[in-house]
Each structure stands twice: as structure tokens, then as C-alpha cells.
Design a protein around this ligand. Sequence first.
Ligand SMILES: [Zn+2]
Length: 125
Amino acid sequence: MDEARYQSQLKRSLLQRDHFLKKALEFSHKATHPEESSDNAFQSLINLLNQWCEQGRPPSQSRRAAIPREVRQTVLQLDEFECRQCGSGLDLTVDHITPIAKGGSNDIGNLQTLCRHCNSSKGAT
Ligand SMILES: [Zn+2]
């Protein structure tokens, strides 16, 4: 199964707690045998489970992509409050260079300042 397909399946499975837990059980073998797994999808499932534990509810897509406020502020400061693409200072957003759905993180190294226009013309993140 490729990762994109796995991700969309995982999203659907998040809608149903029981189904999700079954999935987690399926992966529990890998959790106890990490040396047998080089599976990115497995790692993102673990990340989701961790988030779920921290937040006490299943992470929705927007929660999953949420960048901590202080990280967002640091990224904006590093980019001097200008869009990295067009230099605009209006309507700035903090963008994931590698989308979360493709294994990107909320690390500063994976974030950049884009104005809303450039961000939306970049395509879905
Ligand atoms: Zn721009």
C-alpha cells in the first residue's frame, strides 16, 4: 500500500474510534518489533496516537497541522515578516515546506513564511 493511500484510509479510520483502535492493534506487532519496520506510515500512526493522548481527542486534519504559536512567531521573525516568494508583508501564513501529510513536521526547518496568495497558489498543503 502506498503512503498517500494509507493516509486517506487513516483519515477515514479516524472518524471511527473502534476502527482506529483495531488499526492500532494491527500495528502493535510493529511497535514491539521496530527493527522489522521501516514504515513511514507506521511512524505517522504513532504520531497521531501521541497527539490523541495529549489532546484527549482524535486529531482532525486542522489540529494535526497546527503550528505552535511561538514556532509560528519565530518563523515570521526569521523571514522578517515577508513572504519568501513575493516579498509581500500582507496576509502572511506559515507554510509547511514538506506537507504534514507527506511526513513533514512542525520543525522550524520545515516551515516558511508565505502570503496567503502564494500559499494557495502553491497547492494544497
Ligand atoms: Zn507571496
